[in-house]
Ligand binder design. Sequence first.
Ligand code: GLY
Ligand code: MN
Ligand code: MN
Length: 443
Amino acid sequence: MKAASGITAAEFARRRKQLMQMAGEDAILILPAAPERVRSLDTHYPYRQDSDFWYLTGFPEPEAVLALIPGRRHGEVVLFCRPRDPERESWDGPRAGQEGAVERYGMDDAYPIEDMDEILPGLLEGRSRVYYHFGREPEFDRTLISWVNQVRAQVRHGAQPPHEFLELGHLLHEQRLFKSKDELRLMQRAADISVQAHLAAMHGAHAGVHEYQLQAVIECVFRASDAWPAYGSIVGAGANGCVLHYVANNAAARDGELVLIDAGAEYRGYASDITRTFPVNGRFTPEQRALHDLVTQAQQAAMAQARPGVPYEAGHQAAVETLTEGLLQLGLLSGTLEENLAEASYKRFYRHKTGHWLGLDTHDVGDYRIDGQSRLLEPGMVFTIEPGLYIAPDDTSVAAKWRGIGIRTEDNVVITANGHEVLTAALARSAEEIEAVMAARVA
Ligand code: GLY
Ligand code: MN
Ligand code: MN
């Protein structure tokens, strides 16, 4: 049966099994759910489950802790969660309770969260290694230490306390880096929703439109498709496009300006992450067009490196070389290509990397380097390719006609057996394609 998570109970069980196998029989793994976070007095931010906890359970509630205890005879998968409580549920919505945790979420056993202090020290006893995310939630760190100390206090009575404490991310994040068929299906859906949202924003653009109005168009499509923004939508008109994490979204787009929109839907927990930059009046100026074409070329150069066996960093290298060459041709840099590459002078106009892993987190988990070397791409890895150029409005070292132009083009790719697929391929990308979409607007 497919749960509301879009992932089968069998797949969740497989993930837990694989993780427990890697951890070994003398280990215990402990994962708390994300806490609820206060936004203002009695109101909370919309609840978002911790990605690691979600990956292993699909359990949507706060105040829960998962303990994986490989080889334990009375059950390897134990969940502590809130008990049923009709009075509270009439305020906050239904809870699974212990029965639901076992029946609907495939736990071997479930206990009320209130009983955890009593039960967990006993689960730690006899396990030599504890896998846990130390330092994420200081309060839970202290609780865990107190449980370990309780076991230590019993040493004279023969108790065996754990003596190795390991970072859970090492094992789990390597596992999360490789997406399954069902995960890719959800990521394709997140990408499709985001494509529709960006199209709607292009269609809704006109001189004078406020950035927040375009944000509303984008997020309306997300919510209407049962998705959420995966991160704070960035809508930057004109020079605001040069601010990499612009979030104010409160300016009006003037005739002749570009609008940079970096927005992606999160669907069933999985993120997409798309950026497009388009002229608010539908036509690029020659300078905007020249820079947009260069970013397109840089993205194509990076995409050509997206295949199995190629180092992850080759995409960034290819983008940087293409950008540097183009900036020299446009007169925005001077000197030889070799000099400029050696000095990384592109950094004046391109300050970020060309991408990141994508998955349950927008900046997803997984190592980029192994033993100091860029890791090689393998099927199932998903990442963004997002070159850009940002000419600061007050950069007097370049001709005035270039100033205040900010451009980024961002797509999502998955590595396949033979190369890659672009999850966000359906959205207009080149300047020509974008102008064609905007020409089709109904006035
Ligand atoms: N939207 C965040 C990023 O592109 O990395
Ligand atoms: Mn990104
Ligand atoms: Mn982005």
